[in-house]
Ligand binder design. Structure first.
Ligand SMILES: *[C@@H]1O[C@H](CO)[C@@H](O)[C@H](O)[C@H]1NC(C)=O
Ligand SMILES: CC(=O)N[C@H]1CO[C@H](CO)[C@@H](O)[C@@H]1O
Ligand SMILES: [Mn+2]
Length: 608
């Protein structure tokens, strides 16, 4: 008890210190009139708002008639940033001292990232310029539309939320930023109320806060922000992001050229544990599979030849994008019937493309995002809102292709009531939007090859029952990614067991959770090698499995290793195959002997 109190006092002291420190920095900003480049961060709202043309960019007179392009980089800021040293500066990994580490776990559980470390890193920390080299020389149209940045948040941590706003204000040309709108989805953390209001009022005049009266979810919160936004372009960001150097002009130029455009930045990774800022990859086109998991398709040859040019992407990842307010509202915004989160990225992407718009990823615009190491917020609804969202999107936009989605889980979709979708159908009718088939053949033309709408039948599926101990079946034990699998009392119906025990030896030659997206993955070759759940990569290797009906053995990889078990610990693992060991024998709920007999020719190509 005393110990806890002491840690708490220490924590309050540390965070109070950080706050005081920041306040001082902020003070010193506003008095330094020479620091032009820094004025954007906490500058006077009024004078800057005069620059904001209040959403008039797409009206007459026509802009950019001479197609004049300028260098939008803020070299003064770049120069200042290069000199910065300290924890987390230059996007480097930070580390906690032993004392600070004491607080770490508690805040980790609340946030899913290292919030203690975040508090020690400056709100205006410097980031590495990891753009393609060609981006440094790129010029953009001299007349660009103004921006309202909308940041929904629910119980976000203090410093990650404020760093999101600070990075936007610091690294954007001030005349382009009309406002940053933080939308509070009815958070319960005390510091997100008065303390936040006060901090923002005193230090960030361009930041506005909108409060939702009840927890409504990400989609409603984004809509609420968009409704009060005043600028030409809406940019949506997650509440734990950091905008990088010259991020704004590449997002805005394609929109300036045609308002029916949506542009996504490249999303970089901010490490949830040490806050290191690094690239995710050098781009891919957004897509989905038929369980509506977000997937990616390779860049096209013409995209690879122009690594600094925006390229067409079939669907957005979801959280980070720019779109003209005019187009967003012509499309009816998001479907208001979508609840909490999920499916909205598909809804918006489909309607952008099908209703005459276009969507790009801009390689020269980069924004870092903290991918949480752990999901701290539970389901705010008692019902399955995700399936309902998916079904709404499918019913309105996907025409005959919706059946491919439903086919993946027929009972669930059948029992889901979509509610009233007449408003969405009316928008589709009014805008004369194209059929989904057009989207699939012109925009996502290479999707079906990688993610076939009709999956070739499984080699085997259902429960996997131990022959030596028939009461026991393999079970996910409700574990998620990176969790282990184990054994549990078998379901009654081995052909249609509950989802925990429903596996498939798929045509990809991997072992999947039937209604999930996780695969059995073995990365070690020691005795009793662990089997962990990982996202299915479809590339065989450590996810390659094969069943032999005659020996009843489940073989992993190519080195004659087999699924094995221990009835006492109810563990499963992989050991060298031993045909005389009954613990290595398994029975499936269903085995397709025809396809197993054609192992070499049926299903995904065997990777050598
Ligand atoms: C078994 O696999 C074959 C392909 O080898 C397929 O034609 C057949 O439909 C499958 N049977 C079942 C019941 O899935
Ligand atoms: C642009 C910039 O780097 N401004 C300030 C950010 O905050 C640090 C302290 O954390 C100041 O030293 C910088 O001048
Ligand atoms: Mn996020």
């Amino acid at each position: 008890m005393r110990r806890n109190l002491r840690t708490l006092v220490k924590y309050v002291f540390v965070s109070g210190g950080v706050l005081l420190f920041l306040t001082l920095i902020i003070r010193s900003f506003s008095v330094d009139s020479k620091a032009q480049s820094l004025n954007g961060l906490f500058g006077q709202a009024e004078s800057l708002l005069q620059h904001a043309r209040q959403g008039s960019f797409f009206n007459e007179p026509a802009k950019n008639v001479h197609q004049k392009r300028i260098d939008w980089h803020n070299y003064e800021l770049i120069h200042e940033e290069a000199k910065r040293v300290g924890i987390g500066e230059q996007g480097k990994a930070g580390h906690l001292s032993e004392k600070e580490a004491e607080m770490k776990d508690k805040l980790f559980k609340k946030n899913g990232f290292n919030a203690v470390l975040s508090d020690l890193i400056s709100l205006n920390r410097s980031l590495p310029d990891i753009r393609h080299r060609g981006c440094r020389k790129k010029q953009y149209l001299s007349e660009l539309p103004t921006v309202s940045v909308v940041v929904p948040f629910y119980n976000e941590h203090w410093s990650t939320l404020l760093r999101t706003a600070a990075s936007v204000l610091l690294r954007s040309p001030p005349e382009l930023i009309a406002e940053v709108i933080l939308v509070d989805d009815c958070s319960t953390k005390e510091f997100l109320k008065d303390q936040l209001d006060q901090f923002v009022a005193e230090n960030m005049p361009k930041v506005k806060i909108v409060r939702l009266p009840e927890r409504s979810g990400l989609i409603t919160a984004r809509l609420a922000g968009a409704k009060v936004a005043t600028a030409d372009v809406l940019i949506f960001l997650d509440s734990h992001t950091e905008a990088n150097v010259n991020w704004l002009p590449p997002l805005l130029e394609p929109i300036a050229e045609d308002y029916r455009t949506c542009v996504c930045p490249f999303i970089d990774v901010i490490d949830w544990d040490n806050f290191e800022y690094r690239a995710q990859d050098e781009g891919a086109r957004g897509a989905f599979d038929w369980k509506f998991f977000y997937k990616r398709l390779p860049l096209l040859p013409k995209d690879l030849q122009n690594p600094t040019e925006p390229f067409e992407s079939p669907v957005m990842a979801g959280g980070l994008f720019a779109i003209s307010a005019k187009f967003f509202w012509e499309l009816g915004g998001y479907d208001e019937g979508l609840d909490i989160w999920g499916g909205e990225q598909y809804e918006l992407s489909f309607k952008i493309w099908q209703c005459g718009g276009r969507m790009y990823d801009a390689p020269c615009s980069r924004v870092g995002h903290i991918y949480r190491g752990y999901a701290p917020f539970g389901n705010p609804r008692k019902k399955d809102f995700l399936t309902r969202n998916y079904k709404r999107v499918a019913e309105v936009w996907m025409d005959e292709y919706k059946e491919y989605l439903y086919m993946r889980d027929p009972k669930k979709y059948e029992n889901t009531d979509v509610g009233d979708i007449s408003k969405q159908l009316a928008i589709r009718e009014k805008l004369q939007c194209k059929p989904f088939k057009w989207f699939m053949t012109h925009v996502a033309f290479d999707l079906v090859e990688k993610y076939p709408p009709i999956e070739p039948p499984d080699f085997a599926n259902g429960a996997i029952q131990s022959v030596a101990h028939p009461a026991l079946c393999v079970d996910t034990l409700n574990n998620g990614e990176k969790g282990t699998i184990g054994l549990y009392s078998c379901a009654e119906d081995k052909k249609q067991p509950q989802s925990n025990q429903f596996f498939q030896l798929s045509w990809h030659r991997d072992l999947r959770i039937k209604f999930g997206e996780m695969c059995w993955d073995v990365s070690e070759s020691v005795p009793n090698a662990k089997i962990l759940l990982y996202h299915c990569h479809g590339g065989q290797g450590n996810q390659l499995w094969r069943y032999e009906p005659d020996s009843q053995m489940l073989k992993q990889g190519k080195n004659n290793r087999c699924l094995d078990m221990d009835p006492n610990t109810r563990a499963v693992f992989v050991n060298p195959c031993d045909g005389a060991n009954p613990r290595q024998k398994w029975r499936w709920g269903f085995v397709n002997t025809t396809s197993i007999d054609q192992w070499d020719t049926y299903g995904a190509k065997v990777i050598e």
